[in-house]
Design a protein around this ligand. Structure first.
Ligand code: NAD
Ligand code: IPM
Ligand code: MN
Length: 367
């Protein structure tokens, strides 16, 4: 049997820096665990714009459709801020999500014991935290029509449309209920049914789908209250299901519960392919971090944990995913810290490469 295929799109800013560490980890699994991957690489975001004048070349899109999984670093940066909207780096990422139909974006937020002291919240509020945000990723206000900037009465008007079909809400809800069944059997759905019709439909459809998952305890919450509750008492949640925009914001908020945005991985999953694997792209939740790009300071853990999610969700290698997550837990427990994980007490932070070295060392020690 041939090896499963991976397409790496490292992107911009710290994307290539953190992805270099993932490549070493992939190499380790090939060499030490006989888990080989056929890895190819291509450009996305600003890097693709520089080479081709578009943030995602059609050939790259076709490759992404063809592989078993895509690993993406990050896109964007100040160099591209003034480009025409249609060719901005972020459009490349959104095109991948939309055309691969990656509707279920899994964003877990786990607080490693070693970092509980480091969160901006009190230790007992975050210690042991393990929540999963399921963000609908291919619809809502990110893609709804009409959109654009138009002239009305000699004035510019910016328009975006929140639009959800019941089928879109339902398939994401099923993904969220399925995850809840494998976890703590609790699902909280977040919308703003008090002010938005799409929120009323959202609540209605999720309630309908719940009939197929009677073992799961379902609650509904307005998303603004949800943001507050995430900071007040995050451990009340198990799985959260929410729309594209609320999910974007709530997952950055959840990131800080774990200590740093540099810790949060994600999996974007679609329908099963002919080989039974879901269409999938794995990417850290963070962006290209222009403020630290090119300095070797970025925390590679979010990107490495995204590869662990690939092992689990695309390649049925839960044991190896556990091994990788345990190696990360071990180095953190031993005090390994990149700059984003340094507390006020200071100390000398590890570089991106040194953090990669430490994790590879812990992987070796796991054998
Ligand atoms: P960002 O996530 O890039 O950075 C926010 C803050 O977190 C910065 O201070 C940064 O230094 C820090 N940070 C992020 N990841 C880190 C890591 N791995 N290690 C250490 N520190 C880290 O968000 P932003 O500054 O709002 O956006 C910058 C650019 O990235 C924009 O162009 C934006 O559109 C893009 N972006 C891309 C993605 C993506 O590719 N998935 C996600 C978010 C933002
Ligand atoms: C994310 C990012 C993206 C989003 C941008 C870069 C398109 O913020 O993945 O969280 O808004 O979805
Ligand atoms: Mn975001």
């Amino acid at each position: 049997m041939s090896n499963p295929s991976l397409l790496i799109l490292a992107g911009d800013g710290i994307g290539p820096e953190v992805m270099d560490e993932v490549k070493r980890i992939i190499g380790w699994f090939g060499e030490k665990r006989q888990l080989g991957f056929d890895v190819s690489e291509d450009l996305v975001g600003g890097a693709a714009y520089d080479a081709h004048g578009v943030p995602l070349h059609d050939d790259t899109m076709a490759k992404a459709q063809d592989v078993d999984a895509v690993l993406l670093g990050a896109v964007g940066g100040p160099k591209y801020d003034n480009l025409d909207f249609s060719v901005k780096p972020e459009r490349g990422l959104l095109r991948l999500r939309k055309e691969m139909d990656l509707f279920a974006n899994l964003r877990p937020a786990q607080c490693f014991d070693a970092l509980a002291d480091f969160s901006s919240l009190k230790k007992d509020i975050v210690a042991g935290l393990d929540i999963m945000i399921v963000r609908e990723l291919t619809s809502g206000v990110y893609f709804g029509e009409p959109r654009g900037i138009h002239m009305e009465d000699n004035m510019r008007v910016g328009i975006n449309t929140q639009r959800y079909t019941e089928a879109e809400i339902e398939r994401g809800a099923r993904a969220a209920f399925e995850l809840a069944m494998k976890r703590g059997k609790k699902l909280c759905s977040m919308e703003k049914a008090n002010v938005m019709e799409s929120g009323i439909l959202w609540r209605d459809v999720v309630t309908e789908v719940h009939k197929d998952y009677p073992e799961v305890e379902l609650s509904h919450m307005y998303a603004d209250n949800g943001a507050m509750q995430l900071v007040r008492a995050p451990k009340q949640f198990d799985v959260i299901y929410t729309d594209n925009l609320f999910g974007d914001i709530l997952s950055d908020c959840a990131a800080m519960l774990t200590g740093s945005l540099g810790m949060l991985p994600s999996a974007s999953l679609g329908l099963p392919m002919a080989n039974g694997r879901p269409k999938a792209m794995y990417e850290p939740v963070h962006g290209s971090a222009p403020d630290i790009a090119g300095q070797g300071k970025a925390n590679p853990i979010a990107c490495i944990l995204s590869f662990a999610m690939a092992l689990r969700y695309s390649f049925d290698q839960g044991v190896e995913a556990d091994r990788l997550e345990a190696a990360i837990e071990k180095v953190l427990a031993d005090g390994a810290r990149t700059g984003d994980l340094m507390g006020p007490e200071g100390g000398t932070p590890l570089s991106t490469v040194q953090m990669g070295d430490a994790i590879l060392g812990a992987l070796d020690a796991s054998l």
